[in-house]
Design a protein around this ligand. Structure first.
Ligand SMILES: [Zn+2]
Length: 140
């Protein structure tokens, strides 16, 4: 609750930065609705995210090129697809997976590889820790 109020105050203070993410995949060709097969239109979606909030991990706060990062309230704008008939909003990942399914290809995950890497790293850390402890015990 306190966090919510704090975020609300931060939002109220205004936006410190903006980031527009273009989707080449969405814009380079026409896409069709998975439900009614109608032509989808490109729509821009935006959200103000605070760099210290819980959802910040889902957004890329790096600023292009110089390797710096944006702090505070950042307005993210990204492309999605929209079907006016079905009132359906489709994200880039969803349309990608839908089109891969149509071609009989395997679906791609959002951050599955990242998750696996994190898991392997944590396992290695635990093993390394035990090895160090065992070595220390042998010395004693
Ligand atoms: Zn549709």
């Amino acid at each position: 609750m306190i966090k919510r109020i704090r975020n609300w105050i931060r939002n109220w203070e205004g936006v410190q930065g903006q980031k527009k993410m273009w989707s080449i995949y969405i814009r380079r060709k026409n896409h069709y609705c998975p439900c009614c097969y109608g032509l989808l239109e490109v729509k821009e979606k935006s959200k103000i995210v605070n760099s210290e909030s819980e959802e910040a991990k889902n957004f890329d706060f790096s600023s292009g090129g110089e390797g710096g990062s944006m702090i505070g309230n950042v307005k993210f704008t990204w492309d999605i697809l929209y079907c006016g008939k079905c009132n359906l909003e489709i994200s880039e990942l969803e349309i990608r997976n839908h089109e891969r399914r149509l071609k009989g290809k395997k679906e791609i995950g959002h951050s599955k590889i990242g998750l696996i890497v994190v898991r392997i790293l944590s396992i290695i850390t635990i093993i390394a820790f035990f090895l160090i402890v065992m070595k220390l015990q042998r010395r004693a």
